[in-house]
Design a protein around this ligand. Structure first.
Ligand SMILES: NC(=O)c1ccc[n+]([C@@H]2O[C@H](COP(=O)([O-])OP(=O)(O)OC[C@H]3O[C@@H](n4cnc5c(N)ncnc54)[C@H](O)[C@@H]3O)[C@@H](O)[C@H]2O)c1
Length: 337
């Protein structure tokens, strides 16, 4: 199986490692930046002959089975559509899936018309810090997930926030129904260029069943990612950077008492889980896509973009509640990366 990688910045180079780990042979790389190409040739043991100066020419010349689109968001649509039209069967696009909902729709339509599988690199369902929590929250001890509270350093709604939108969707098996968001006054400086704009602040989202996602991403917060999962009978507290999980739930004899009796005798456990890793979960995503098992497809990627669009509309309007099924603007392009 041959793979081509379009966009070989920091993430593109990790994609080369992940694709090789999943058993692909690297057939070609393309990037507009000569520096990115030079760094990739030097760091990733890629022969100069594999570097192309035109993406479409590379796809035609190499006929890859798979393509990674790891440029920044404004060109994701163009390259996903080009790969699908060139007959690439497996396409993995970076998040955020696109700059607008219309672009997401074009990408899904182009892949569907060409019979290509499209995945978006939201790796959450391949990371222990979410798979373990999903299993734990569903046990009778914990009694089902009702809320996910993320408090973290200033990481931007698009940059990392979009991963948590997908995590919430994966963990609850529900789509987000409504969003309210309050922007911090300053934009998050973006290492990918001053042309990109991302926002931090506070966000509240809810699903149709009333499960909540609460995020505190203040621009004045400089360290850590803690997530508290609230369940009917207990809480699961995850320190994502340290890889620590603390579970606490009511003893069985107190389980059925009303939730107002929140201080009932409980049992506690502490354990370690795998820390976040930028390569291994992407390898697992490839394996899942190739085998047509559960993977974050275009619908998942589009949903994360829809939540981002709603969050931006709400934040621009002082925290107004925005419904996701209420005619979000399809054409408006946002300047996230
Ligand atoms: N899934 C994850 O965990 C994760 C982590 C980091 C970044 N990302 C995403 O990956 C993407 C790339 O991020 P990065 O950190 O590698 O950024 P980067 O700036 O290091 O790399 C982006 C590369 O794309 C190239 N590029 C941009 N537009 C292009 C175009 N039209 N044609 C050809 N090349 C083009 C740039 O020259 C650059 O080399 C972003 O969408 C980002 O949000 C995802």
């Amino acid at each position: 199986m041959k793979v081509c990688v379009i966009g070989v910045g920091r993430m593109g180079r990790r994609h080369i490692a992940a694709a090789r780990g999943a058993g692909f042979e690297l057939a070609g790389i393309f990037d507009l930046s000569p520096e990115a190409i030079a760094t990739t040739l030097a760091e990733c043991d890629v022969p100069k002959s594999s570097a192309f100066s035109d993406a479409k020419q590379m796809l035609q010349a190499m006929c890859p089975d798979a393509a990674v689109i790891s440029t920044t968001a404004p060109s994701h649509c163009e390259f996903v559509c080009a790969a699908a039209e060139a007959g690439v069967r497996f396409i993995l696009c970076e998040k955020p899936m696109a700059s607008s909902l219309h672009e997401c729709d074009r990408m899904i339509a182009a892949c569907s018309a060409a019979g290509a599988r499209l995945a978006v690199n939201h790796q959450m369902r391949f990371m222990e810090q979410y798979t373990e929590i999903k299993a734990l929250a569903a046990t009778s001890e914990f009694g089902g997930l009702r809320s996910m509270v993320v408090t973290s350093g200033n990481f931007g709604l698009a940059m990392n926030g979009s991963h948590y939108f997908e995590a919430f969707r994966y963990l609850t098996d529900e789509f987000m129904k409504e969003i309210s968001c309050w922007f911090d006054p300053n934009n998050v400086p973006n290492p990918r260029g001053a042309e990109y704009i991302d926002r931090s602040g506070q966000l509240r989202g809810a699903s149709a069943s009333g499960a909540r996602l609460i995020m505190e991403l203040g621009a004045d917060l400089g360290h850590g990612i803690q997530v508290v999962y609230g369940c009917r009978n207990g809480q699961i507290i995850v320190d994502e950077l340290a890889g620590l999980v603390r579970g606490i739930h009511r003893l069985p004899e107190y389980r059925d008492l009303p939730t107002t009796r929140y201080g009932m005798p409980a049992t506690e456990s502490n354990r370690r889980i795998a820390q976040a890793d930028a390569i291994k979960p992407t390898e697992d995503l490839w394996r899942a896509m190739l085998a047509d098992r559960s993977y974050p497809d275009g619908v998942s990627g589009r949903h994360a973009v829809a939540v981002l669009v709603a969050a931006n509309l709400s934040g621009e309007d002082g925290g107004r509640r925005v419904l996701l099924d209420d005619g979000l603007p399809l054409q408006r392009k946002f300047k996230w990366a």
